[in-house]
Design a protein around this ligand. Structure first.
Ligand SMILES: [Zn+2]
Length: 404
């Protein structure tokens, strides 16, 4: 048996009779959240552990770490791994510094003590002071050079005996608990510059003085903070202001408004309505799906239904309007990724080719009321096939009220 055997291809929904014969309730609940694409496409490999199905370094780390933890049978550091992970990725420091901190936490820094474990002929002593074995704690905190750096830094840290008993991971953990993000960023930058200076000294015989080290660390930090701020500004600018009211399409175009309504344990209703530039409703459709879809996926299905409605009715220049900004931006940017949502977006984008012109548009919920009422109406009519053409009386009435 294949997955395809579990699908009712006429209605493009799961065959629930069959699902109930084969699976338990818990599994059926999960299967119900999987949308079925409109168009048949080639199978392909996608990445399971990210939202868009593409590989990211972050997800790679998470998996590598989970495997390492599983193999060792113990959490690799003190503290809660999720908490550390979360903290690490919220640091506002360059990615290479994050990677460095991750290695510190996992005791994976190639100090001479660590290298000696792999190559027995290596001398494990500290190359700076020559007084003891170079552990990560010594290189980054306890060596005289490092303790000067911390004392001279804006954080003015002078490690006490208690701190000196712990590992670097313990130290990072105690900093993590302070809840001061500026301090966190500064702390890891100094930790990183201490390691950077150590490498310069050990491998290039180049001594960087404390002041220069701290200047580099603070400069890199403020540089990074300003790019993060600019980035935030750019993304804020991208949040366009959408109209609260429904605006008629330009002449020669029709506008399709699409919306969805999801009810637990029942399914997903979608609604679409097409209107001309006088505001007159030309046709509408609504449909109930037995799948309980995620909001964005459901909204994408509503757009797909709307576009199919326009295609069947023979309109060639359309404005496709949703009140869901995620879907709007994905359609505008033609963002096809490997997620379930990406699949439905791909179906919609492929359908664009059946039209002379399709313009994606976004409106606030208040301007999308007619499509919303249609989506809710899907539960009243309870039809798993698209109900096309008829515009329900209460929607007609609403349209008249809003226009007058
Ligand atoms: Zn030393």
């Amino acid at each position: 048996m294949f997955v395809a055997d579990l699908i009712n291809w006429e209605t493009r929904s799961w065959n629930f009779t069959l699902l109930h014969e084969l699976f338990n309730t818990e599994d059926i609940k999960v299967i119900k959240t999987i949308p079925i694409r409109h168009l048949v496409c080639q199978d392909r490999m996608v990445r399971h552990y990210t939202k868009n199905g593409s590989y990211t370094v972050k997800s790679g780390y998470q998996i590598a770490k989970a495997i390492a933890d599983m193999e060792e049978g113990v959490p690799s550091t003190s503290g809660n791994p999720n908490k550390i992970w979360n903290w690490l990725w919220h640091l506002r420091v360059p990615p290479k510094v994050q990677t460095f901190v991750w290695r510190c936490i996992h005791g994976a820094l190639p100090t001479f003590s660590n290298l000696m474990r792999k190559r027995t002929n290596l001398e494990p002593g500290c190359r700076r002071c020559g007084t003891t074995i170079e552990t990560p704690e010594h290189a980054l905190r306890d060596c005289q050079w490092a303790s000067f750096l911390w004392a001279a830094s804006p954080l003015r840290i002078v490690p006490d005996e208690n701190l000196k008993r712990g590992t670097i991971a313990d130290w990072i953990n105690s900093i993590m608990d302070t809840k001061d993000q500026d301090l966190h960023d500064m702390f890891v930058m100094i930790l990183w510059i201490a390691w950077h200076a150590r490498n310069k000294f050990v491998y290039q015989n180049h001594q960087i003085d404390h002041k220069t080290c701290l200047d580099i660390a603070m400069h890199r930090l403020s540089e990074f903070h300003s790019t993060v701020k600019d980035g935030a500004k750019i993304s804020l600018d991208r949040v366009a202001v959408f109209s609260e009211k429904w605006i008629p399409p330009m002449e020669g175009f029709v506008k399709i408004n699409c919306d969805t309504s999801i009810r637990e344990n029942i399914g997903t209703g979608t609604g679409a309505i097409i209107r001309d530039n006088s505001g007159k409703a030309l046709t509408a459709a609504h449909r109930l799906r037995s799948e309980e879809l995620e909001v964005d996926v459901a909204e994408a299905f509503a757009c797909l239904d709307g576009l199919l409605l326009a295609k069947d009715a023979g309109y060639s220049k359309v404005i496709l309007e949703t009140d869901n900004t995620t879907i709007y931006f994905k359609l505008k940017k033609m963002d096809r990724d490997f997620s379930y949502l990406g699949g439905i977006i791909s179906d919609i984008l492929d359908l664009f080719c059946s039209f002379e012109m399709v313009i994606p548009s976004c409106v606030k919920r208040s301007g999308n009321f007619a499509a919303h009422h249609l989506a809710r109406n899907a539960f009243v009519l309870f039809s798993f096939e698209s109900v096309v053409g008829e515009i329900p009386n209460h929607v007609e009435r609403l349209l008249r009220e809003k226009i007058s």
